[in-house]
Design a protein around this ligand. Structure first.
Ligand code: PEP
Ligand code: MG
Length: 587
């Protein structure tokens, strides 16, 4: 017999969507379907296959309906996941194998389908490839629907909650989250999940708080329990006492007024109290994100990750398609500037389903990726370079190469660029003849030869996400060692100082476009070290701007000097945290 805590208790999870909610729990538990297993009489076997067909058709109709609804509420991007679901229903192997198993065994069709789909789900889950593991999630979701239709059971729905509720679940499948009652869901909370799960994306789009990764919370709460969901710090407080409620009421008020304050500063200049102007720009991945640039007060795009055009298309886009995409970005952001980064596929951004172009590798993070891949696929790379050059005729464009590890790569890339320039010139196609080309510094070898690279390019942009990963030999996507991924490790801080010093010596600007730039706790350290521009997810800009307007650059420089003299990541982090807290008081 389970015991449930009735007194106040707090569970720490992962903050996935900001905000604070207080309300009663709706425990959304999908019961395991009870699938019968029996022998079908020979004369009824034709009916059995027809029953399977009908269930597939009904499932297809349901998914199409959900897709249309999601498209209406959240837009085509979010709805695209249901195309993957529809594809599952057309999977010849899955359907064919089910029918074959039925014909051979004579067992009822739902049993056969459950066994076959379970085999496929297991196989996908075991593959060491994030894309294919996601297919397992799609398959489980669709298989559940098919089985419900075969068994004539109503779908588990989050459509009508009994009043305003906090939805607590083990996990929420894409179709369940799409059916969520938008008027009465106060927050989403799940035992499993990650910051990028579909339910979280839905929560963010609904602007309700979400906390995920709470392990066994569903076993510790009951329907109707009261809880506070803190989507800022990733906390769930069940059965809060009066004192906690009072404290949270105050925090919520302060956070709300801080958010209002952030909205106010977002359109003011990013200038420190002692008059130093800082450039704050946005990182974007898709052309339709350009509207977020001005909305959040960014001075243009500091990183356009072009690989998403390839990943979304699932094939190599043509020069023309790329040109149209880049031009749309450049024109939408004009007169502000855009830095377009050339293709960075591989590592954490694999292009699946194209094994001839991207063969499987034992160690993709150190493998055939980004600029290495582009230099060996010169025709593909040149198509992109020409598209970027052509887009440069429509606004202020700069371009940079990812994952440069040495001079040779930079020179080879520039030689291909020179060929493209010449081709466009000969054909009379307009482009910016002076297009500035920069280098990302995200591999320790590039940081160590920053002096050499600085002489061959017009600017540096430091990709701290990768620089930290490769400097510390810590996989940036591995939860197990996430605590060792330390942006303030002395080796990282020293490396950053070296990069900015060499840039200064060569007279070129140096900025940072990794996640560190968008963290208000670390931004002062980066500015103090000497970086003069920071590029980040648009949503982080107001908070970083607020801090910049509340600090003196001379203090940030002192912080950087102090950090350079310290020997541990935790000591440097503590100094950064104290610097931040002294200037931004929330509680
Ligand atoms: C980085 O590595 O910091 C970076 C900005 O590039 P990405 O996150 O796309 O690898
Ligand atoms: Mg990178």
């Amino acid at each position: 017999m389970e015991t449930r805590d009735r007194h106040e208790f707090t569970v720490q999870g992962i903050a996935a969507s900001q905000g604070i909610a207080y309300g009663q729990v709706f425990l959304y538990l999908q019961s395991e379907l009870q699938v019968p297993d029996y022998q079908v009489e020979t004369e009824r076997r034709i009916d059995e296959v027809a029953r399977f067909d009908r269930a597939l058709v009904a499932t297809r109709q349901q998914i199409a309906r959900i897709k249309a609804e999601v498209e209406r509420n959240l837009g085509p991007e979010e709805a695209a996941i249901f195309d993957a679901h529809l594809l599952v229903l057309e999977d010849e192997a899955l359907i064919g194998e089910t029918v074959r198993e039925f014909e051979e065994s004579g067992r009822n069709i739902e049993g056969c389908f459950q066994r076959v789909s379970a085999r496929y789900i297991r196989a996908f889950e075991e593959i060491d490839d994030e894309y294919l593991r996601e297919r397992a999630v799609d398959l489980r979701d669709v298989a559940q629907r098919v089985l419900q239709n075969l068994l004539g059971q109503a779908e588990n729905s989050l459509k009508r909650l009994a009043g305003e509720r906090i939805v607590v679940a083990v996990d929420i499948s894409p179709s369940a989250s799409a059916s969520l009652d938008r008027s009465s869901a106060l927050a989403l909370v799940t035992d499993s999940g990650s910051k990028t799960s579909h339910a979280v994306i839905v929560a963010r789009s609904m602007k309700i708080p979400a906390v995920v990764g709470l392990r066994d919370l569903t076993r510790r709460v009951s329907d109707g329990d009261w809880a506070i969901i803190d989507g800022y710090d990733g906390l769930v407080i069940v059965n809060p006492s009066e004192a906690t409620l009072f404290r949270y009421g105050k925090i919520q008020e302060r956070k709300k007024s801080f958010e209002a304050l952030l909205r106010e500063v977002s359109h003011l200049p990013a200038v420190t109290l002692d008059g130093v102007a800082v450039t704050l720009q946005a990182n974007i991945e898709k052309a339709d994100e350009t509207r977020l640039v001005a909305e959040h007060g960014a001075e243009g795009v500091g990183l356009y990750r072009t690989e998403f055009l390839y990943l979304n298309a699932g094939r190599l886009p043509t020069e023309e398609e790329q040109y149209r995409d880049y031009r749309a970005v450049v024109e939408a952001v004009a007169p502000r500037p855009v830095i377009i980064r050339t293709l960075d596929l591989g590592g954490d951004k694999p292009m699946t389903g194209q094994t001839d172009l991207f063969p499987r590798e034992p160690n993709p993070f150190m493998g055939f990726r980004a600029i290495r891949w582009c230099l060996e696929h010169a025709a593909v790379f040149k198509a992109q370079l020409r598209a970027i050059l052509r887009a440069s005729a429509h606004g202020r464009v700069r371009m940079m190469y990812p994952m440069i590890s040495g001079l040779d790569e930079l020179e080879r890339a520039n030689a291909l660029l020179a060929e493209c320039r010449e081709e466009l010139r000969a054909a009379g196609i307009p482009h910016d003849g002076e297009l500035e080309v920069g280098t990302m510094i995200e591999i320790p070898s590039a940081a160590l030869i920053a002096d050499l690279l600085a002489r061959q390019c017009r600017f540096f942009s430091v990709g701290t996400n990768d620089l930290i990963q490769y400097t510390l030999a810590i996989d940036r996507g591995n939860d197990r060692i996430a605590h060792l991924y330390e942006p303030t490790h002395p080796a990282v801080v020293r490396s950053l100082r070296q990069i900015v010093t060499e840039a200064r010596r060569a007279g070129i600007p140096a900025g940072v476009c990794g996640e560190m730039a968008g963290d208000p706790v670390y931004a002062p350290l980066l500015l103090g070290l000497g970086f003069n521009s920071l590029s980040m997810s648009p949503a982080w800009i107001p908070a970083v701007k607020y801090l910049i307007r509340a600090m003196r650059m001379s203090d940030a420089r002192a912080l950087a000097e102090e950090a350079l003299a310290l020997g541990s990541a935790s000591a440097i982090h503590a100094r950064c945290e104290a610097f931040y807290r002294a200037r931004v008081r929330l509680e």
